[in-house]
Structure formats: C-alpha cells, structure tokens
Ligand binder design. Structure first.
Ligand SMILES: Cc1cc2nc3c(=O)[nH]c(=O)nc-3n(C[C@H](O)[C@H](O)[C@H](O)COP(=O)(O)OP(=O)(O)OC[C@H]3O[C@@H](n4cnc5c(N)ncnc54)[C@H](O)[C@@H]3O)c2cc1C
Length: 498
C-alpha cells in the first residue's frame, strides 16, 4: 500500500524503521490516540526480529533469547501493554543454568534467580570471599531495581551516578571482585558487543538482571513477535508502509516537520522517531543537522559485525535447553579486537526445529575488514572468493563446536550462513554492525547518543539510543514515545495494565 498524499498525509508521528523499537514506539503512540505511521525499507516488518525459512526450518535473524518474561516482570509488562505478550511461543531455558560459559580452562553455568546466581558464583570462585560475592550481587540487584523504568521509584540517573565513567570491570574490581569472579560475571559481554574494560556498568548489570529474572528462547521464530506487533499497531489504526525508504528529513526553525521518501513523496509529521542506525540517519538529506554534528556521529565507534551459522541436523543430535558461549580466550575482554580474523568466541544454541530436525544456530564476531573486499557487491552476486571465505568460517566454527558436540559434522543436513554484509543488506544495520553504536564509557555523556537529536521533535530510538537487545530497544521506544506522551504518564499506564 502507498502512503496517502494531500491533506491526509499528515501524522502526529512518523516512525522510521519497523524493528522492535519502531513497532513498539508506534503502538505506544497509537494506543494514546495518536495518528502514527511506520516507514520500513524492507519488504517485511521486523528488522532484526525477522525469522527466515530454509529447507523447511525456521531460523531467527537477531533474537536468540530474552529475559524477564514471567507475568509481572519487566519485559513482560511492556509486551503486555503492547498487547503481544501471548502472541508468540517461548521455551524456558533451564533455570539452573541457562547459559554455559566454556573457557579454555574451565566451565561456568549461570543460573536464573539471584540466590542461585550467588551460590553458583561462590562454588565456582574458590578464591573469593563468599561475603564479598554476596555484597557484589546485592549491589547489582539494588542498582537494577532503581534503574528499571517500570519501578515506581525508578531513577536511572541517580542509580547510575556512582558508576558514571566506570566500566563494568572497574566497578566490580573496586568492590573487591577477583579476576575469576569478574570473568564469570562479565562473560555476558558478547550480548552487547563491548569489552568489559570499556562497557558502562549499567549495560552489563541490566543485561545480567534480565536473564537472572529468567531466560526464554523463541519457539517457532521471533518473526511471530514482529507479526504480533504489526497486527497490534494496525488494530489501533496505525499505518505501516513496507518497501518504503525514507531519504529526507524536513525541519522548519530547527523543528522536525516531515520526512521524504525515495519515491518523491513528502509526509508531514509533528514528530519523527528514527530507529535507523544514527549514522544511516546522518546519511539522509537533513535540513537542521550541522556538518560537525553529522561528523561527530559518523565518527562514533560501532559494535562489530557477526558471522551467523544456521544448521539443520539429523535429530540424533540432542537438543539442549541452555546456550553455550565458547571462549577461545581466557576472558571476554580481547574478543572484540578489530584485527582478529579468526573466531575467538562462538555462541551456539541447539533446539528442536519446527520440521522435526534439530537446529543449531551459532554466531561469532567477524570484523568488517574480513568482508571489506566484497563491500560493494550485492547479496547472491559476491562471487566465488566470498563463498570460499564463508565456507572457511563455517568449517572453523563447526570444528570448534564439534569438540563439544560429537558427531556434529556427520549430522549436518543443511547449512547456511550470513556475514556482516548479509546483515547490512537484509536488516539495514550500518556497515553490518550487530548492535549499532558501541556503548562504551568514552561514548557516554556529551559524546553519547540518547533519544534527543539536534532537531526538536526528531527523536532517536532503537538499540543505539539506549542499549542493545530486545529489552534495551523496547526501553528506547518507551523513552521516545514518552517524550511525546509524557514519560511518567506512559510508564504509569504500562504499570497499571500489568
Ligand atoms: C546476530 C544477532 C543476535 C542477537 N541476539 C539477540 C538475543 O538473543 N536477544 C536479544 O535481546 N537481542 C539480540 N540481538 C539484538 C537485537 O536483535 C537488537 O538489539 C534489536 O532487535 C534492535 O532493534 P531495533 O529496532 O533497534 O533495530 P532493527 O531491528 O535493526 O530495526 C531497524 C529498522 O529500520 C529500517 N530502516 C533503516 N533505515 C531506514 C530508512 N532510511 N527508511 C526506512 N527504514 C529504514 C531497517 O530496515 C530495520 O528494519 C541480536 C542481534 C544480532 C545481530
């Protein structure tokens, strides 16, 4: 469907992008009676929430597992308000160990629940004083309680003040954590793509807290969540236009006034919420952004890209209701080095497929320089050398996993893989970056990207605007929609409905 022209094409808010943040922001606004439209360049909605099918099996693009989905918990509250909490299937990961960290010299299985987490750390970290471990876990818990937006006493800034400028590693060390305790707690850093030496404390803590509340994987694909959000928006009169790329932002007196589409149409809107990568936004024709502001954003560091591997396996391979994080290094601080050309960390999960086969989904960070030679090529036309490079990465990853999953190679029925270029071309991620702008301590404060831009009423949302992950992206949507509706009022309504 084409966006309307003439007097009808005026909106209270135009949303750029239909990933989880764009769809969530649009539903928040539509529920409050605002006239809202989402503009998505891809043929289908969902962004990184999209699922895809290969040889009859459904795989996810960018959603392996989520936390806090028990009724009353944080993410559930937002999904409940968005009217989608019951619209997709989840499989709970083992509460006694939802993630297995496999370091070269030992394993650590991390459980849900703060009590279980504390006990698991006490038994794994022999050199640590149990009292210190208890104190550290309590501090993380207290921080998160205050930092969560849905807590009636929430005050993210106050909670975060003592840690401003401190990395997650520095905060833990100052509290007396030994290297082993730091290693176990900070092994979740691949979920946000920044080394613990540079990651702000709150990103680490909120990510840990989410899964400590419980961990679930999507059964049948995260695409169902995208479809449910799309449906929820349309039922409330919100409009969605796919295959519709935004290429201009209009403003008058430094206040947003509308967007332009590549088909030449102009859409008038009082507010614009952009969930595109901020560098993508800066690449559009924008009246109102100075060259220095654009340059500042364009020079920000991004998270690395990922190589994803999707295997269909003979059902003889056992499924596991936990994820494995395979470390070739002793901790997670060096796996992000941009000059790495070999996998130094692999995430994988083995689950039951929709078609009776076993599915293995794996990912590893892949620096952009590995795929640079093909950066100007299009998907499906990148040539033999590219296919060879992909095959080499597939084989390396499969060989690493096979050491822990005997018989893996022989059980492979079908295999597919994706590089940062695939992500760039199918999900619109800037340069193939997995999680957008890197949330580092250097890129916080005045250098950071938050919900307000230099143009009044042009708002940022999405993983670069708050923090990576589905939870962080939903929060970014609450904050952006809250700027229009009143944040306290919106959060209050979300809490009232749960
Ligand atoms: C491999 C991988 C695995 C992940 N696993 C997990 C996980 O297990 N759990 C978890 O919580 N998170 C996970 N994440 C992170 C999570 O997927 C993201 O943080 C989240 O989905 C980002 O949502 P978003 O709305 O910010 O952006 P996106 O989903 O990227 O949506 C942005 C949308 O904007 C559109 N767009 C861009 N420019 C324009 C334009 N000019 N005009 C129109 N449309 C435009 C794009 O096409 C895209 O659809 C993973 C990410 C990756 C890459």
């Amino acid at each position: 469907m084409e966006p309307p022209s003439g007097a009808e094409n005026r909106y209270d808010a135009a949303v750029i992008g239909s990933g989880i943040s764009g769809l969530a922001a649009a539903v928040f606004l539509a529920k409050a009676g605002k006239k809202v439209a989402v503009f998505e360049q891809a043929p289908i909605t969902g962004g990184l929430l999209q699922s895809f099918s290969r040889n009859g099996a459904i795989f996810d693009t960018g959603a392996h597992y989520i936390g806090a989905m028990e009724p009353g918990q944080s993410l559930w509250k937002y999904f409940n308000y968005l009217d989608v909490a019951d619209s997709f299937d989840l499989e709970r990961l083992d509460p006694s160990g939802y993630d297995l960290y496999k370091f070269p010299d030992y394993d650590f299985r991390i459980p849900s629940g703060y009590d279980g987490l504390t006990e698991a750390l006490i038994s794994a970290c022999h050199d640590d004083n149990p009292r210190v471990i208890r104190e550290i876990i309590n501090k993380i818990k207290d921080f998160c309680r205050l930092a969560h937006l849905d807590n009636p006493d929430s005050d993210f800034i106050r909670a975060n003040l003592p840690f401003a400028g401190k990395s997650s590693l520095q905060a833990l060390r100052e509290w007396g954590a030994t290297p082993v305790l730091c290693r176990n707690l900070l092994a979740n850093s691949p979920l946000y793509g920044v080394s613990p030496t540079r990651c702000p404390f709150y990103i680490f803590a909120l990510t840990l807290d989410g899964y400590t509340a419980g961990a679930w994987r999507f059964a049948g694909g995260s695409g169902k969540l995208a479809a449910a959000l799309t449906d929820s928006l349309q039922r409330r009169g919100g409009e969605i236009y796919t295959k519709t790329r935004v290429d201009k932002i209009f403003s008058e007196n430094r206040t947003a006034s509308g967007i332009g589409l590549t088909n030449g149409k102009k859409i008038r809107s009082d507010f614009i919420i952009s969930t595109a990568h901020p560098k993508t936004l800066c690449g559009l024709s924008i009246k109102g952004f100075s060259d220095s502001y654009k340059e500042r954003i364009t020079n920000l560091e991004d998270t690395p890209g990922v190589f994803s591997l999707y295997l269909q396996l003979n059902p003889s391979i056992m499924t596991a209701n936990y994820n494995t994080h395979l470390y070739m290094e002793h901790d997670s601080s060096s796996i992000y080095d941009a000059d790495r050309t070999e996998p130094s960390y692999i995430f994988y999960s083995i689950s039951a497929g929709n078609n009776g086969n076993t599915l293995l989904q794996a990912m590893s960070f892949m620096p952009m320089q590995v795929v640079m030679p093909w950066e100007h090529t299009a998907s499906g036309k990148r040539g033999e050398d590219y296919l060879k490079m992909k095959q080499q990465w597939e084989e390396k990853i499969i060989s690493c996993i096979e050491k822990h999953v005997p018989g893996l190679k022989k059980a492979i029925l079908h295999k597919n893989s994706a590089t940062p270029l695939t992500f760039r071309d199918y999900t619109g991620s800037w340069n193939g970056s997995a999680y957008g702008i890197a949330k580092t301590i250097e890129q916080e404060g005045p250098r950071g990207i938050y919900h307000r831009s230099r143009i009044k009423n042009l708002l940022f949302a999405g993983q670069s605007a708050f923090m990576p992950g589905l939870y962080g992206s939903v929060i970014s949507a609450v904050i952006a929609a809250g700027e229009i509706l009143g944040l306290a009022d919106l959060v209050n309504r979300i809490n009232m409905e749960s």
